[in-house]
Design a protein around this ligand. Structure first.
Ligand SMILES: Cc1cc2nc3c(=O)[nH]c(=O)nc-3n(C[C@H](O)[C@H](O)[C@H](O)COP(=O)(O)OP(=O)(O)OC[C@H]3O[C@@H](n4cnc5c(N)ncnc54)[C@H](O)[C@@H]3O)c2cc1C
Ligand SMILES: *[C@@H]1O[C@H](CO)[C@@H](O)[C@H](O)[C@H]1NC(C)=O
Ligand SMILES: *[C@@H]1O[C@H](CO)[C@@H](O)[C@H](O)[C@H]1NC(C)=O
Ligand SMILES: *[C@@H]1O[C@H](CO)[C@@H](O)[C@H](O)[C@H]1NC(C)=O
Ligand SMILES: *[C@@H]1O[C@H](CO)[C@@H](O)[C@H](O)[C@H]1NC(C)=O
Length: 503
């Protein structure tokens, strides 16, 4: 009797055990090993869902986090700064190890192409004026209007009112506005400010917005997520579940669920994977370019609409290694290049190389030169605006020629500028696994009246309501899109969705 009871209990226990392992061990495929994919993986793992594989198209992990060495220094080809402190998951995870450092924004040094005739304080005055106009609009205007249209109207009004009696100031203010409008593309990455919506759903995290990594670079956040930092012995077995050079090119998902797997995935090298769930993390740029051929059946209409309407642009950072520091070495360098109308016209003749369009050349998209830190021989040129995709295609040699032309034009009277040894850049727009740098809210997406990031985040369901294809990644974050902290939040969110359905 005793024995039979035991047997019975064992039987029940066994059944529970089998049930638990079956129900709690779904298989998951994560597409992309950027911050959102890795965040999703760690959360799944820590909640006992360990049967997952991460398929990554590149030959490295990190995605748009790309900390690498250039001339023995760490440079960030992708994300560089932690933006804000409060409710910022990056800050929360990393600050406990004392490896983050908020820094002061270095003072901008506005340079004027004609070099003479410029009262530098005037450019600061204009910069403050235009920033005030922008801030006012950002906080008070709720119409569907682009930043470009709003600023052109309001700043020109302000310029006319303030400087109508001073011809030279009037001219320089107009020239500065042209600079300012391209300069702002660096923050949100649109190719044109006339495509960027003025009102946004974006929410800033409070606290310092310029926080750098003291050592190791932004990739430290990946080590922290995978618990490889601070104690490598405690690392979660995530990396061994990542398959590199595995580009997903077909995702077949079933609308009617039956007892077999819900999802079949094909990679461009001919492998097929099956899983119960898929978490898709590639960029909005990748979705824009591939969704039609990638998903079988096609994505629902509202998601396609969100993909088409949300914005995805690109900026370019060019790291330049000079043989010697020709710039003043006491402060960090922060040169901003403001062109006069005459020099813009002259430039078309003096440097007719590389892309140009209706009297504007790519050189106008090289906005500033900033130092990495005081002791470095490496400086960064920042490019934003319409020519970024074409700048990516230029040879290093031509880019260096163009940079030398700009530097001599703006600073040649003051300094003996040496030709760089080498430059380093990453072609985010050219690369089919990114197609740009980060997402933004366009005027078109704003016209929809609701957050299109939220639409992008909606899972694909089977007809019986089971979520099977889940969307994470920066652009699916309704309030923190375009950032690393936003990306990590979405990875956690989608992992939690799977965990919840198993309860
Ligand atoms: C130049 C630059 C500067 C930036 N600066 C900052 C900054 O200072 N602060 C900040 O917070 N954010 C910054 N960002 C934005 C930030 O890097 C991104 O928001 C964040 O990395 C997005 O993470 P993600 O996981 O959503 O996407 P990703 O990092 O793009 O990860 C997606 C992964 O999917 C892979 N993939 C794509 N297609 C396929 C496929 N078909 N099959 C398999 N894998 C595929 C990609 O290779 C990639 O590894 C910057 C970005 C860039 C490019
Ligand atoms: C993990 O998932 C794969 C794919 O669905 C499946 O073939 C495999 O048996 C699973 N492994 C475990 C240990 O459950
Ligand atoms: C802007 O408009 C939206 C929708 O019409 C509304 O929900 C929101 O409260 C408005 N915001 C402001 C600041 O007026
Ligand atoms: C489940 O559906 C797929 C395709 O819809 C089909 O090929 C498969 O045979 C079905 N499996 C079962 C167990 O019904
Ligand atoms: C630049 O170099 C020239 C020739 O080597 C020298 O005469 C001149 O003083 C230098 N100028 C500056 C600003 O260092």
């Amino acid at each position: 009797m005793q024995k039979r009871v035991n047997l019975y209990i064992t039987f029940i226990l066994l059944r529970i055990l089998i049930n638990v392992t079956c129900e709690n061990s779904p298989s998951v495929i994560i597409v992309g090993a950027g911050p959102s994919g890795i965040a999703a993986a760690t959360k799944l793992y820590e909640n006992g869902i360990t049967n997952f594989t991460i398929l990554e198209a590149e030959n490295r992990i990190g995605g748009r986090i790309y900390s690498t060495k250039f001339e023995d220094e760490i440079v960030e080809l992708g994300a560089e700064l932690c933006h804000g402190m409060k409710d910022n998951i990056v800050y929360k995870l990393a600050n406990v190890y004392n490896i983050l450092q908020p820094i002061e924004e270095s003072k901008m040094n506005f340079c004027y192409s004609s070099q003479e005739n410029v009262d530098e304080t005037f450019f600061y005055e204009l910069f403050d004026l235009f920033n005030d106009v922008y801030d006012y609009g950002f906080n008070n205007v709720n119409d569907t209007i682009s930043v470009g249209e709003y600023l052109t109207n309001r700043c020109n009004e302000a310029i006319t009112i303030n400087y109508k009696n001073d011809k030279q100031k009037l001219k320089q203010a107009t020239e500065f506005l042209d600079f300012y409008i391209t300069f702002l593309t660096l923050y949100s990455s649109p190719f044109s400010l006339f495509d960027l919506s003025l009102p946004l759903y974006y929410q800033k995290c409070e606290g310092s917005y310029i926080i750098i990594w003291k050592h190791g670079g932004y990739k430290m956040i990946l080590d922290i997520l995978m618990k490889r930092y601070p104690d490598p012995k405690k690392q979660l077995p995530i990396e061994e579940k990542i398959l590199l050079n595995k580009e997903v090119n077909k995702i077949a998902w079933k609308k009617t669920s039956n007892n077999s797997k819900n999802i079949f995935i094909e990679t461009s090298d001919g492998f097929v994977f099956a899983a119960d769930y898929l978490i898709f993390t590639p960029s909005l740029g990748v979705l824009k370019n591939t969704h039609r051929n990638l998903f079988v059946p096609h994505l629902p209409e509202n998601k396609v609409n969100a993909i088409n309407k949300l914005g995805f642009g690109a900026v370019s950072k060019i790291f330049i290694h000079f043989p010697e520091r020709w710039w003043p070495t006491t402060d960090s360098v922060n040169f901003q290049f403001v062109w006069s109308q005459e020099d813009k016209e002259l430039m078309m003749r003096e440097f007719p190389f590389g892309p140009s369009k209706s009297e504007r050349t790519w050189l106008l998209n090289v906005l500033s030169l900033e130092s990495m830190h005081e002791k470095s021989n490496i400086v960064t040129a920042w490019c934003g605006g319409e020519f970024v995709p074409e700048i990516e295609k230029l040879t290093d040699h031509l880019v260096i020629d163009g940079l030398m032309y700009i530097l001599n034009k703006f600073l040649g009277d003051k300094y003996n500028i040496t030709r760089p040894y080498a430059i380093l850049r990453n072609n985010w727009y050219e690369n089919p696994h990114f197609r740009g740098t980060y997402s933004y809210e366009s005027v078109e997406s704003r016209k929809e009246g609701t957050s299109q990031e939220s639409v992008l985040a909606e899972p694909l369901k089977t007809s019986d309501g089971q979520d099977v294809v889940l969307f994470a990644g920066e652009a699916t974050n309704p309030i923190h899109y375009s950032t690393v902290h936003g990306a990590i939040e979405t990875g956690f969110r989608e992992a939690q969705r799977i965990i919840d359905t198993r309860q």
